[in-house]
Design a protein around this ligand. Sequence first.
Ligand code: AQP
Length: 337
Amino acid sequence: MSRVFGRVFSGIQPTGNLHLGNYLGAIRNWVRMQDSAECIYCVVDLHAITVAQDPKTLARGIREMTAALIASGIDPERAILFPQSQVRVHAELAWVLMCTARVGWLNRMTQFKEKSGKDREGASVGLYTYPVLQAADILAYKATHVPVGEDQKQHLELARDIAAKFNNDFGVELFPLPEPVIEGPATRVMSLRDGTAKMSKSDPSDASRINLTDDADTIAQKIKRAKSDADALPSEPAGLAGRPEAANLVGLMAALTDRSVAQVLADHGGQGFGQFKPALAEVMVAALGPITARFNALKDDSIALDSILATGAARARAIAEPVLAEVHRAVGFGDWL
Ligand code: AQP
């Protein structure tokens, strides 16, 4: 990751365990970007309540996600790491931007359609307007780059549209248009049980994903049972066409060993899954083992975690509050207080 970035913002929901898709699709890029940019990373608890949450589980989830991010390599001294609900600018700016965004734009968001499923009338209004809050998250910091997985591409386009319309409506150049950073061989990690579905925290089958808390045996078992096919691996990427499960497992090997898919196939082409899967499980255990160990050592240290989050929130407020003041002036709220 040798590109130069301006100000980086990204977020993750504190619901459930961090999984390999989150890690390879987004968090690993977050970690790498700390070397070359000012980074702001947010545990997005306001987003979490767009679907029902048990309050105690959510409170624990915020700390656990913080521990998982630090265990994955986020350094809270260098990056700003904080919970979204502790910086009120997010919710307030979201309201202003809801008055900028158009209903037709939100109607096109495919994630709402997927997440609300058949019960669209019963979904929360928050689930529908979630992408506007996401735009506020990014724009509150005038972030220029947003590292995310492929599934967030459409929401990022919406954030750019909202920023452009706000600037245009009020004749200002207040918000930069944020650029998505969707990079690496694992921008869309698929379920281990279905190569056409995204690996996801909300999949009821735990066998569909690798959690960063899984131990070595569990990882080996899940990879062994992962759906594959009866053919040997091809020696070139074109041979993976029409083989989604094989493509997913090869993509995971590429991402975990920092090689291209072509390089992985040059080394493993001709092998069947009986040979390839144990090799994949081995590199996965080697990559995730140290993260799991750090996570386990940190996750119950609520004093340290709360202090990190409070410091991060204060640093985040120092950036976001002056941006909100600019927004107030632009829309005509004035500065009376
Ligand atoms: N399967 C994936 N492959 C690559 N990247 C992924 N991300 C999520 N799943 C994959 C990226 O992880 C970051 C955090 O996303 P989030 O907080 O929106 O996570 P999420 O959507 O709660 O994760 P899930 O597992 O997808 O949850 P559900 O099941 O609730 O929808 C984002 O950058 C995302 O792109």
